[in-house]
Design a protein around this ligand. Structure first.
Ligand code: GAR
Length: 193
């Protein structure tokens, strides 16, 4: 059974969709580790509720990306992690963990990459940028993580029309609903490849 670690920083609705996907047997894997970059976020409660080992590892306690990622790396090794899923994780991973887990780290992004990705493009900001651009389509992407922000090969994407009366919030809600279907599908596809 593939051992999955999920890294989070927020509400963890994508974490929940992955938990549900594993529990139902849709994803041939098991989430045996959740790491949050923030204290007090609801994602941690979700892990607690499901009896999944969970840890808060805060960026501010480390001197930079590489040192922070070394702490993440230590933890995933301790839990024999096969693949890492970033689910609303807001810290950029260092080169050390990316190279050690090359082609084994996935990320979900709330837009159609390669557009609307990169530094500072997270959460509601992504949807604001999509609306400001006047695009008639948005969506979500699951991709393999490399050294650049939101950059590696896309595994799956889902497209959605942007409505004339959309606000960043209404677009975010519709995209998030699709994310919850897309991420389990992408992880299943990735594991079964
Ligand atoms: C999701 O929309 C995810 O795509 C986004 O953060 C949200 C996390 O929600 N990630 C990014 O913007 C990364 N660049 P969740 O905590 O409820 O899963």
């Amino acid at each position: 059974m593939t051992k999955i670690a999920v890294f989070v920083s927020g509400g963890g609705t994508n974490l929940q969709s992955l938990i549900n996907g594993c529990k139902s047997g849709f994803i041939p894997g098991e989430i045996n580790l959740v790491i949050s970059s923030k204290k007090g976020v609801f994602a941690i409660e979700r892990a607690k509720r499901e009896n999944i080992p969970h840890f808060v590892i805060e960026y501010k306690d480390y001197s930079g990306e590489e040192e922070y990622s070394a702490a993440l790396l230590k933890k995933v090794k301790e839990f024999n992690t096969d693949i890492i899923c970033l689910a609303g994780f807001l810290v950029k991973l260092g080169k050390n963990i990316v190279s050690e887990y090359r082609n084994r780290i996935l990320n979900i992004h709330p837009a159609l990459l390669p557009d609307f990705g990169g530094k500072g493009m997270y959460g509601i900001r992504v949807h604001e940028a999509v609306l400001a651009s006047g695009r008639k389509e948005s969506g979500c992407s699951v991709h393999i993580v490399d050294e650049e922000y939101d950059h590696g090969p896309v595994i799956l994407q889902r497209r959605l029309p942007v409505k004339d009366n959309d606000t960043p919030q209404s677009l975010a809600r519709r995209v998030l609903k699709e994310e919850h279907k897309l991420y389990p599908e992408a992880v299943k596809k990735f594991i079964s490849k």
